[in-house]
Write a protein that binds this ligand. Structure first.
Ligand code: CP
Length: 328
């Protein structure tokens, strides 16, 4: 079927958020709404030769990608998502901007807004930076593309979408997040959403990177990947974020890999239908070995494809909500 804005339908009126800053604040209904929108985009636009992977729902809108930290997947997929929806996308790089001359993040955003930007996608190493921008504007969509160790909501959503497409549900799944939980915005966004949708999250890694206080939120804590292998439905293998660590959390990478890397031997002790995920970038031989990363249980590149669909859902829903608010 050839889709147009007329026959595609509109964003449900129940969605009223102009900002997507984290999954902690979202209700389970809002998370499911975004997953459903993303699934429709994936099935009916991105995989539809008839629609040529495009649907003009955001024609006339301009989205600015404000990336103050490196990115491959998130930056490119937000850019593609905006273009697949018919929007203009402006890519901003802090390194070559006038921020080097002392301009602040908010002043930078104000100047881009003055050029007619309708939405900001923000990645920053400081937690709260996207919120700071969101608070500076009325009726402008702001989407958090990862802020320090705080949240990475669209990564959390694409991880959940990948699980739901594989198992047909989130509720009841045992999902292990393994690695650098202490510095991981991906772990936090996953955990908030998994708990709301009735999954059973486990955090696993060295005690220097996994706080026992996660148990207070209803998350199981394990310091041994070997003990949880047979019961886990989904492993999400996180990168060790050396750039955010103040002190080295373990003696050597070799020791970490020996104790926690998902390799063929550990994979053989998992459930037959286990799903192997990793948010990327992956460090082959550290959290995952090449044969597992490239093997049949790995859905790492499927996650990347789902990322475009999730970001189409995030942009369409927040920009539509901002437009509706401005009309009132
Ligand atoms: N997963 C993720 O956020 O990757 P990038 O840092 O490449 O965007």
């Amino acid at each position: 079927m050839l889709y147009t804005p007329e026959n595609w339908g509109s964003v449900p009126e129940s969605w009223t958020r102009t900002h997507l800053l984290g999954l902690e604040d979202l209700s389970s209904e809002e998370i499911v709404l975004l997953l459903d929108l993303a699934e429709r985009f994936r099935n009916n636009v991105l995989e539809s030769p008839e629609n040529k992977r495009k649907i003009p729902l955001l024609v006339g809108k301009t989205i600015a990608n404000l990336f103050f930290e490196n990115s491959t997947r998130t930056r490119t997929s937000f850019g593609l998502a905006g273009r697949r929806l018919g929007a203009d996308v402006v890519d901003f790089s802090a390194g070559t901007s006038s921020m080097a001359k002392g301009e602040t993040v908010v002043d930078t955003a104000r100047n881009l807004h003055a050029m007619g930007v309708d939405a900001f996608v923000v990645r920053h190493s400081c937690p709260g930076a996207p919120q700071m921008i969101a608070q500076s504007f009325d009726n402008i969509a702001v989407v958090n593309a990862g802020d320090g160790a705080h949240e990475h909501p669209t990564q959390g959503l694409l991880d959940l979408l990948t699980m739901r497409r594989q198992f047909g549900r989130i509720e009841g799944l045992t999902v292990a997040l393994v690695g650098d939980i202490a510095h991981s915005r991906v772990a936090r966004s996953n955990i908030f959403a998994l708990l709301k949708l009735g999954a059973k999250p486990i955090v696993c890694g060295p005690s220097t990177l996994v706080s026992p206080y996660w148990e207070d939120l209803g998350v199981r804590v394990s310091y041994s990947i070997d003990e949880i292998l047979p019961e886990v439905d989904v492993f999400n293998l996180l990168r060790i974020q050396f750039e955010r660590q103040v002190v080295r959390p373990f003696p050597s990478i070799r020791e970490y890999a020996h104790l926690y890397a998902m390799d063929s031997d550990r994979l053989a002790r998992c459930k037959n239908d286990v799903l192997i995920l990793a948010p990327g970038p992956i460090n082959r031989g550290v959290e995952i070995t090449p044969e597992v990363a490239d093997g049949s249980r790995s859905h790492i590149l499927d996650q990347v494809t789902n990322g475009v669909a999730v970001r189409m859902a995030a942009l369409w829903s927040t920009i539509t909500a901002a437009e509706r608010k401005a009309r009132k």
